[in-house]
Design a binder for this molecule. Structure first.
Ligand code: MIC
Ligand code: MG
Length: 301
């Protein structure tokens, strides 16, 4: 009922332990706090909090318009809904290295298990679009050093994302990944890898966990979990997948109302009221309520 039953410190330790097994961890992107419950119930290993989803939900393009306050609020709303570790997209860290330090504090306080900071220039854009720009090496490394030094819980996972593959090619991505690890990154997110061989090249270059971004309509093919595990990927994210599915379904339902004059034809595809209540754990609230209000007055004056 209500909240996660574990503290953030425990969830961070759990993420560290899970990564140490070498098994591939699957992190779908929660597009609402409620969808977080679904991800946990289905048995995934973690929850991703996507910058693209947060921006899209606010009706904005993913070009660095969301604020740290909005992102931290979403981090809290989602992290407290689950016992799973959450990994959040901290974009470019919201400014200079000192801002990155503050970002880490805010997101740590919001209860995430890990966060990633990328080496794009501001204004940033989706990593799978053309025309991105990355900052110079010195700036990229300073962001990661600042993040690693700022955390108070040593188990908070600081992941460095590099977007350099789409700008300068794979060799630069390998080189930058190594340097980001030397600067203190606990894990690497190589963005917009073209094929499995490219993931393998990053895998061979660093000895920290690496992440694969299986976003649809992007630069990477949608590899299976088996394919990713076979090349040594440790975390796979499906960042915008649930938002795209929900919005696709919403559009079809609206079209049904327009076409038929009723939503009846769409009802079969909907989540039922009882399933929703199950996810909300409605029963526990009922039980809690009657415990509070059905107390005996015997013996009271
Ligand atoms: C992972 C990502 O950073 C996100 O914000 O979810 C995006 C996803 C997307 O836009 O498809 C990305 O830059 O890849
Ligand atoms: Mg993003």
């Amino acid at each position: 009922m209500l909240y996660s039953t574990l503290t953030a410190a425990v969830k961070r330790q759990n993420l560290r332990d899970a990564l140490a097994t070498g098994e591939l961890l699957r992190f779908p992107g929660a597009f609402t706090p409620l969808s977080t419950r679904l991800i946990q119930e289905k048995g995934f290993e973690g929850v991703y909090i996507s910058g693209a989803v947060l921006a899209a939900e606010l009706g904005l393009p993913d070009i660095g318009l969301t604020t740290l306050t909005e992102v931290a609020q979403r981090a809290l709303q989602i992290s407290r809904m689950t016992d799973l570790p959450t990994l959040i997209d901290a974009d470019t860290g919201f400014g200079e290295p000192m801002n990155v330090a503050r970002t880490v504090h805010e997101l740590e306080d919001a209860g995430v298990a890990g966060l990633h900071i990328e080496d794009q220039v501001n204004p940033k854009r989706c990593g799978h679009l053309d025309g991105k720009q990355v900052v110079d090496e010195d700036t990229a490394l300073k962001r990661i050093r600042a993040a690693a030094q700022a955390r108070r819980d040593p188990n908070l996972l600081i992941m460095a994302r590099t977007d350099i593959r789409g700008v300068e090619g794979l060799d630069s991505a390998v080189d930058r990944a190594k340097k980001l690890v030397d600067a203190g990154a606990d894990a690497i997110f190589p963005e917009a890898m073209k094929d499995l061989g490219e993931f393998e090249a990053i895998r061979n270059a660093v000895d920290v966990p690496i992440l694969a971004n299986m976003t649809e309509f992007g630069k990477s093919e949608l590899f299976t979990t088996q394919q990713l595990a076979d090349v040594g990927v440790n975390i796979v994210i499906y960042p915008v997948t649930l938002l795209r599915s929900a919005m696709g379904e919403a559009e079809r339902t609206l079209d049904t109302i327009l076409a038929d004059g009723t939503q009846q034809g769409a009802v079969a595809g909907m989540q039922t009221r009882s399933r929703l209540y199950e996810l909300l754990d409605y029963e526990s609230y009922n039980a809690f309520d009657s415990g509070v209000f059905n107390f005996s007055q015997e013996g009271h004056s």
